[in-house]
Design a protein. Sequence first.
Lengths: 346, 325
Amino acid sequence: MTSPIEAEDATASVALDEKTATKTTAADSAETPVGRSPGQLMWMRFKRDRTGVVSAIVVLFFFAVAALAPVISSLYGKDPYTLYAQEPDYPFLLDDFAMPSGSFGGVSSEFWFGVEPNLGRDVFTMLLYGMRTSLFMALVLTFFSVLTGVIVGMVGGYFGGKVDYWLGRVTDFFLSFPSQLFFIAFMPIVTALFVSPTDETPTYLRAVAILLVMWFLGWMGMARLVRSSVLSLREREFVEAAKVSGASRWRIVRKEILPNIVTPILVQGTYTLPSSILSIAFLSFVGVGFVEPTPDWGRMFAIGAEIYEQDPAFMFFPGIAMVVFVLCFNLLGDSVRDAFDPKTGR
Amino acid sequence: MLQFLVRRLIGAVVIMFLIGAFTFFLFYTVPQDFAQLSCGKNCSPENIAVIRENLGLDKPITTQFWEFMRGIVAGRDFAVGHCSAPCLGQSFDTGDFVWDSIMDRFPLTLSLTVGSLVIFLVIGLGSGMLAAWKRGTVVDKAVSGASMVLSSFQIYFLGPIVLGIFVYSTGWMDNPKYVPFLESPIDWAVALLIPWAVMATIFTAQYTRMSRSTMIEQLQEEHVRTARAKGMPQRYVFFRYAWRGSLAPIVTILGMDLSGLLAGGVVTEFTFDLAGIGRLAVDSSMSKDLPVTMGVMLFGAFFILLLNIVVDLAYAYIDPRVRLA
């Protein structure tokens, strides 16, 4: 999570140079004798929040693990695709009922998180690569949704009038879609756009289809938020001043308005990411997202739910990992919001 | 009030029409031969032609759209017989009328969503108020912490755990199934208790947090302080003054959450292996049975719009200013 913070730092310093700092910062910097940019102030407040720092470390750890999945699994010596039960090296991995023969889902020094029933794959690497898939997809999805939302919201809010009216109607229209049913319904259709039904769908096309479908209904919340923020900023004196001094529209949007709405965008963004992960997991869970043999977080729950009665331990690690990740991300979101805007007490 | 209702209903009809048109054209402009798909691989050209005619796929797309829309209002005739008024077409796969398949599955989805809605609203608002009342005490911290942790759980993780405890290991309860409400209301409630509890747990947390924060805000309002200062009983101040004010933002959020509620119902269906409209949507979508997929989409949109109107009515009831506007 360092990069958005640093990015904020850079843009926020610009904001201060332009004398367009938010009210909060103005009040805060009046108290401190040393001049600090809003980004530095935010960072100081964030560092003092112990929950936030711990959550940030945990979240970073998850991202690092996901990014380093190939390295970790090569050190660990397994991969998520091999059916270890059929390997001659591991003769008694699964018992006669195709369930892991060891205790707690076959956890051993060889298979840290146990073995998958029926197929005998390694749960630890499945989870690593599953997280990798989910986190990467969620990052891309969040980026595009946020970008689209910001553009639509800015255009609507800044230009106003008819443009705003129609963009608003379009946003409302997409908001009234039953989004999850839409995802389910359109996944096969969008895939069919790329591949003929007789061919096997490659994994990357499936990923593109998932991103497209979810991006399509993922930007409206951000657009509304940005629009309302821009509407209130548009009439402020510093924007008027820029207009009078002959700044172009593009310059006003980029230099006067954008630095002031970075905070709500960033906060909303930190809440969007975990919900994107959950939505993607939802698709794989019901069976229209990723399919065998792509390792995916959501698909592990589908497998786990199927065999839960016989092997409850299978779901333990992916489940706990997801709870911890979502919890920490939500806590981090709260901390980031508090650090940016200390007035909103919880 | 009546005017408000009529305006909302007209708006809902317009939105339904737009969603219908949007999905219809997206679905049917996909370069794929559905007659071929529903017939299978070894299909003679004559058979394909017959199927195409039966499905009405030989007509231009605008005519197909017109017939579809007319079918919803007035019903249509198919080769197998008449499909009466809210006619959403006929399944490519089974030949059943889509409306009938939806009506078979919908009671379950309705029971799941509305049942857990009631549970999580009561428990969520209740615990949030409790936390606000006892602000800063152990009770508040326990409630807030628990809601933070529980909101990070997922239905598909919590569901199997609860099943494992109450069904597989102890055998205290049976596997969840659907018993029609009219057949036996008690069995209906007992059989759905686990899905309700699991689904409600996930949603409760969010409403606890929200209800706590709006309640705290309301308790600091001036009219509440005035009521206290003039010696009104605590309970009266708390419920009549603060609580009523705290409801409005919660109802707004609820209105935006309805689509998530339906999604929660779908996940719950899959977690507990129940056959509701979510299962219908996934099955039809996988087999590219477009009329069924489209029917479920439209029906889902209709359900959400309808609930939205109910929420708006509730909003008008809570906040008198809305009624006058």
